[in-house]
Design a protein around this ligand. Structure first.
Ligand code: UDX
Length: 447
């Protein structure tokens, strides 16, 4: 099929290379000529495992091209996917400006039947407004449908998720739209396909992310209780999650959820419900629990160090989760400025996301970006873990301890085992598992 994709952000670029990989002819559009030039040259704009390979091979195969010209993509496509950003507004609602802009752009360009498909996460009823906008500008005689086909891609495994989805949701209110999308997906995937109305599909996407957020906040609430009762939340989560009705995914307690989707979709769903007069107190609690995680971690840093001012703190992890360079909504954006304000001397390392943080917080005399975890811990009074990158899990703890001024670890992702940390001689703080003092007296502070 001939497909157009508006927007080359996470969802747009992965969708474009994924659809091209399935054998379709894909034209991806972005307003920014620099981004288009870069992508056309085979250089991805963000870090995502598998993306580089698929971008290169599909460009070479001639199945994928990038342009700034909306008319080229519209003319050359049977289906037009909307993958533009829907960032949160100050009031928590999704900002649909870019969605409206694409609708306004394509309206006069429609020639013959086109299927316009929302892929960006949007509040329920957005398709109605896209339809209304196009109809108002293009006139009644234009033939088109608006459908919803939400993406459920996780950053860090987005390419894999695209090529092996757990399910596909098709929201279409006409037979023609339904069969075009079924045709697109049925020949490539044998996963369950949920075919439903457009508004239902929109709500499925927001509900899915709000539910995942709820699971995480729930286990974080239990984590706080575990600390009071002196039990380990990871064991509680395992014991609970093995019940297939609960499921063990998304029960990792820690610093809470970040990223570009969970926080945004949760707050957008809250606003939709409020607008409709539905009591959404439960989801507000989910938000509240999540935003309090950073305070909880910082309280532990203070308990460990007493006075933070002039203490050297190694920060491992900046990305909102491993295997991505994305820092949107990341807990690090709360932790790092607050430690800095408190007067700490910060040595920060992340395998992928440092350039992004650097542009927000340029280095200064108390904020240094270093090239390895080992470099970060050199001379540190405490080590704070903010992202569960695999390379941190396999750190040589003996070496880490020997390089630190005081062997203190505050682990925001419960990366290490408390017993292992005790044996390794660390004073160890994590979230939901009690505190650990080293078996022997801690070494005297090295000067
Ligand atoms: C999410 C959804 O999973 C995906 O289906 C949707 O399309 C986009 O939003 P993503 O934002 O890539 O994907 O991240 P995800 O893997 O869901 O993790 C979100 C956040 O929750 C991360 O900050 C992660 O560290 C945190 N998390 C996840 C936990 O704190 N505990 C867990 O058990 C799982």
């Amino acid at each position: 099929m001939r497909l157009g994709v508006f927007g080359t952000g996470y969802a747009g670029l992965v969708t474009s290379v994924g659809l091209a990989e399935l054998g379709h002819a894909v034209t991806a559009i972005d307003k920014d000529p620099d981004i288009v030039a870069r992508l056309a040259d085979g250089r991805p704009t963000f870090h995502e495992p598998g993306l580089q390979e698929l971008l290169t091979s599909n460009l070479q195969a001639g199945r994928l091209r990038f342009t700034t010209r909306a008319e080229e993509a519209t003319a050359a496509a049977d289906i037009i996917f909307l993958c533009v950003g829907t960032p949160p507004r100050a009031d928590g609602r999704a900002d649909l400006y870019q969605v409206e802009e694409v609708a306004r752009t394509i309206a006069p360009l429609l020639d013959g039947y086109k299927l316009v498909v929302e892929k960006s996460t949007v509040p329920a009823r957005t398709a109605y407004w896209i339809d209304w906008t196009i109809r108002r500008l293009a006139g009644r005689e234009r033939e088109f449908d608006v459908a919803s086909n939400p993406e459920f891609l996780r950053e860090g495994s987005a390419v894999r998720d695209f090529l092996a989805p757990a399910r596909i949701v098709i929201g279409a209110d006409t037979g023609r739209a339904r069969s075009l999308l079924l045709d697109l997906y049925q020949r490539s995937f044998d996963c369950p396909i949920v075919v439903t109305s457009v508004t239902t599909a929109e709500l499925i996407k927001q509900t899915a992310n709000a539910f995942l957020a709820t699971k995480i906040s729930f286990i974080n609430l239990v984590a706080d209780l575990c600390e009071e009762l002196g039990v380990d939340v990871t064991t509680v989560a395992r014991g609970v999650g093995l019940d297939p009705r609960v499921g063990s995914d998304f029960l990792r307690a820690g610093l809470g959820f970040g990223g570009s989707c969970l926080p945004k979709d949760l707050s957008a769903l809250i606003r939709v419900a409020e607008d409709k007069g539905v009591d959404i107190g439960m989801l507000r609690a989910v938000e509240h629990i999540n935003s309090a995680r950073v305070d909880r971690l910082l309280a532990k840093v203070e308990r460990a160090l007493w006075v933070v001012r002039h203490k050297v703190v190694a920060v491992l992890g900046v990305a909102f989760k491993p295997d991505t360079d994305d820092i949107r909504g990341a807990p690090s954006l709360g932790v790092i400025p607050r430690l800095h304000e408190a007067g700490a001397i910060l040595r920060v390392y992340d395998p992928a996301a440092m350039p992004r943080l650097k542009t927000l917080h340029p280095p200064d005399d108390r904020l240094t970006y270093v090239e390895s975890a080992i470099e970060a811990v050199r001379g540190a009074h405490a080590l704070v873990v903010l992202t569960d990158w695999e390379e941190f899990r396999s750190l040589d703890l003996g070496r880490v301890r020997s390089l630190m001024r005081t062997p203190i670890i505050v682990d925001g992702r419960n990366l290490f085992e408390p017993a292992q940390m005790q044996v390794a001689g660390f004073e160890y703080y994590s979230l939901g598992r009690g505190e650990v003092a080293p078996r022997a007296e801690p070494q005297r502070e090295r000067v």
